[in-house]
Write a protein that binds this ligand. Structure first.
Ligand code: DGL
Length: 262
């Protein structure tokens, strides 16, 4: 049993989509979230830079007493989680594009993956993809420019809709029946995507699976929080707080959201 918080970080506000799943599945757990929005997007950075930023974020969360760290960013996971696991004792949970369930369920044998350049060029993504997509055509598309638009809170703008369609349209033409969202910012685009894609194309993201994995690791290591105190949730961003706040508006209960010079 441990009342220490779960630490969660992302390059920005996207990881709140993972935080929400964790909060549903682990309502007793205290949490500390860090949005490194000042350094977003990670997806266009080199692997070395992504590792450096992930180390910095990990140190911040460890300094706040976190017992487990969720790397709520596909780009940071696919580039840096091996380094983090080698260098820190705390357990890490990562997120990768859910290519396996998409490949298993696809009837057209053609699946699309929308993710950042950093994720799609990583060796971890490639080995996972090769292991699970025998006989499947995988159409990889870099979602360049989407993360900055989401970070600006422009989810429903014409610009976002047009950029998104320029990425999704060619995938639809090639016959995908599954679209894997390989970036934790992208679940916030689902309402827009639902307008752009036909009903038979299913969207898959990994948020729920990550929360399930976090719960399993806490139980296995016997560090769940079994106290009956009300959980606290602290959110930090090194950019302005207003966009982060807007992404958490639908959450009930009291959240502490503050700016951190970091
Ligand atoms: N949320 C991050 C991910 O899952 C976005 C990466 C970025 O900042 O480009 O990949």
């Amino acid at each position: 049993m441990s009342v220490d918080p779960i630490g969660i970080f992302d390059s920005g506000v996207g990881g709140t989509s993972i935080w929400k799943e964790i909060n549903v599945q682990l309502p007793n757990e205290n949490t500390v979230y860090f949005a490194d929005s000042e350094n977003a997007p990670y997806g266009e950075k080199s692997s070395e830079e992504i590792i450096q930023l992930s180390v910095k974020n990990t140190e911040l969360l460890l300094g706040k007493g976190c017992k487990l760290i969720v790397v709520a960013c596909n780009t940071a996971t696919t580039n840096a989680i091996d380094h983090l696991r080698k260098n820190y004792d705390v357990p890490f949970i990562g997120i990768e594009p859910a290519i396996k369930p998409a490949a298993l369920q696809s009837k057209s044998k053609t699946v699309g993956v929308l993710a950042t350049k950093g994720t799609l060029t990583s060796s971890l993504f490639h080995s996972t993809s090769e292991n699970h997509t025998n006989g499947i055509t995988v159409i990889e598309q870099v979602g360049k420019g989407l993360v900055p638009l989401i970070e600006e809170g422009k989810i429903n703008s014409k610009e976002t809709r047009e950029l998104l369609f320029s990425y999704i349209g060619p995938m639809l033409e090639k016959g995908i029946d599954y679209l894997v969202l390989g970036c934790t910012h992208y679940p916030y685009l689902i309402p827009v995507l639902n307008d752009l894609i036909p009903d038979h194309v299913k969207i898959i993201d990994s948020g729920e699976a990550v929360a399930r994995q976090a719960r399993a690791v806490l139980e296995q290591k016997k560090i769940t929080n079994s106290s009956h105190n009300t959980a606290y949730h602290k959110f930090y961003t090194n950019a302005g707080v207003s966009v982060l706040k807007s992404f958490l508006e639908d959450v009930e209960g009291s959240l502490e959201i503050s700016h951190l010079d970091f």
